[in-house]
Each structure stands twice: as C-alpha cells, then as structure tokens.
Design a protein around this ligand. Structure first.
Ligand SMILES: C[S@@+](CC[C@H](N)C(=O)[O-])C[C@H]1O[C@@H](n2cnc3c(N)ncnc32)[C@H](O)[C@@H]1O
Length: 279
C-alpha cells in the first residue's frame, strides 16, 4: 500500500465489506462510475437532487463551524462533491476505511489535506478526544451486530469535547415510508421504470440493520438526538418518483418534511442521522 496510507489491518480475502468494496464497490465501470453507486443509488436527476440536498443540509447544520480535524469514518472514495465539501472548514480530513481501494480514491479527491488510515471503525487508531467533528455515513450497519455498539463507542471516544458527531444509519422497517407509499398508491403516483427490482443494500446488510428500539436500549456512554439524512430509501424513490411534475411535487414534499420535521423523519424515516455532542 502507498506509504501515505497507514495500514492497521490486513487486506482481507473472501467475503465481507472490505473484499466487497475492494473488488467490486469501488472499482469503476467503463463509464468511470463506481460500481457500488451504479448498483445501489438512484442517480436520476430528481432523486440525485434530493440526495444532494440531504447531504448539504447536514453539512451546513453540523460541520460549518470547522476546526482542525474532521474524521470521515468509512469514507469510501468520497464520490460526491457534496461530501467532499464537508472538509472545507477543517484543516485536515482524516479518512478511515477498511477498503484500501476507497482510500486511494479518497486520497485522489482530498490530496494533501487528508490523512489516510486503513482501519476499522470498531478499533480506531486515534487518540481519545482528538477530532473536532466525526462523520460516519452508511457504515455502522455494515458491521456485525456485536461490533456496532463498539464502533459507536469508538466514534464517541475520539471526539473532542465541544465536538459534534453525525452517524447515518438505516432502520429496517421505518413507518413514514410505509405511510407515504400507501398515500402515493392512492394518489396513483408511480414510476414505471422500476420493474419491481429491489437493490437497496447488499443482502448481508439487511440482517445487520437494527431498529430504533435496539439502539435506544443499548448502554451507550453518550446521549444522542435524531436528525434525518433522507426520509426514504432508494427503493421508494425508484417506486414512486417519476420524471415529471408528479415526481417533482413528491420530491418537493419530501424535502419540506425533512426540513420542517427532521427529528420525526429521523426517528420514523429510512435513514436517520444520529447526532452526538461532547460537552
Ligand atoms: C456505503 S459506503 C459509504 C461511503 C461514504 N461514507 C459515503 O457515504 O458515501 C460504506 C463504506 O464503509 C466502509 N466500511 C465498511 N465496514 C467498515 C469498518 N468496519 N470500518 C471502516 N470502514 C468500513 C466500506 O469499505 C465502504 O467504503
């Protein structure tokens, strides 16, 4: 591995997120797109616009104060310019991932403003209370259940007093998308292109998603609050957001819901943002 990527774990053969992302997810296809993004994200303009809004909303709310170090835990390749911009107000972005391929891309994106750690969020090779802010988006639910709490504790441990952490998770059976889906069907909203395909997360992740009641029952060394990353998942967007006025109205409604009731959307929507602050 390149000598500015410090490795704390062996390269893994076989299955698991590390091998999945190294061999498939963060490889690029013939169009130069990441295979993971093509496989799992709804990249149509309306859906991508909503996702972009969601990323920037959390950035503006929690990461604009800046500081010395931003830990991007499970950074992936930093494929979206919106996510790259989270580092703008920080001197150094500490990029950490189990995928060495992700870190090579992250380094190409951040260059000299980054530090690159090949390590797991369940065992973070950083001093306690050293990071001004911590982001961890779409990573925790990829860990085996017994390591998810350990990872949350590690993310908390490295956060500086006065710092903020935002951890994006995914609930297995959220209420709001179910209700919205029923309303959309009654109103006749439908995206014809979906054809019933279901490609939200790799199947192994489904077993690892835990409900809100599970999180709230854990003995964690910190209190947390809920915000929302995105109230619905990619399958909902593919099912109901069509590329016409009806689709635009639905996306507008989702944005309004999130902007005006972020806590409710985080508790009962698809993709909560778990927000921690160290005093
Ligand atoms: C769905 S991607 C998310 C990437 C990025 N955070 C984003 O939101 O675009 C999940 C990333 O988490 C990484 N990952 C999975 N398990 C991890 C672990 N235990 N420690 C650190 N990174 C991990 C994967 O290698 C992958 O790059």
């Amino acid at each position: 591995m390149a000598d500015d990527i410090m490795s704390f774990i062996p390269c893994q053969e076989g299955e698991g997120p590390q091998a999945f992302y190294d061999k498939f997810g963060w490889q690029k296809n013939e169009n130069g797109d990441y295979c993971e993004t093509v496989a799992f994200s709804d990249r149509r303009p309306l859906a991508a616009g909503l996702t972009s809004h969601c990323m920037l909303r959390l950035k503006d709310k929690y990461f604009s104060k800046g500081g010395k170090f931003l830990l991007d835990a499970g950074c992936g390749p930093i494929a979206h310019p919106e996510l790259l911009s989270y580092g703008d107000a920080f001197e150094t972005r500490v990029c950490l991932d189990v995928s060495s391929v992700a870190l090579q891309h992250a380094r190409a994106a951040c260059g000299g403003r980054g530090v690159y750690l090949h390590a797991s969020i369940a065992d973070i090779p950083l001093a306690s209370s050293s990071m001004d802010a911590v982001m961890c988006y779409h990573v925790i639910y990829q860990l085996p259940l017994q390591l998810q709490v350990k990872a949350l504790c590690e993310l908390w441990r490295v956060l500086k007093p006065g710092g903020v952490g935002v951890f994006v998770y995914m609930w297995p059976r959220p209420a709001i998308p179910g209700i919205l889906g029923r309303m959309a069907r009654v109103l006749g909203l439908r995206n014809e292109g979906r054809n019933g395909a279901s490609v939200e997360v790799p199947s192994s992740d489904h077993d690892r998603l835990q409900p809100r009641e599970w999180l709230e029952a854990q003995r964690l060394p910190f209190d947390f609050d809920y915000d929302v990353y995105r109230v619905v998942d990619n399958n909902f967007l593919r099912d109901y957001v069509s590329a016409d006025r009806a689709g635009r109205s639905l996306v507008g409604f989702l944005r309004l819901m999130q902007d005006f009731a972020p806590r409710l959307c985080g508790r009962h929507g698809s993709m909560p943002a778990i927000v921690v602050r160290k005093s």
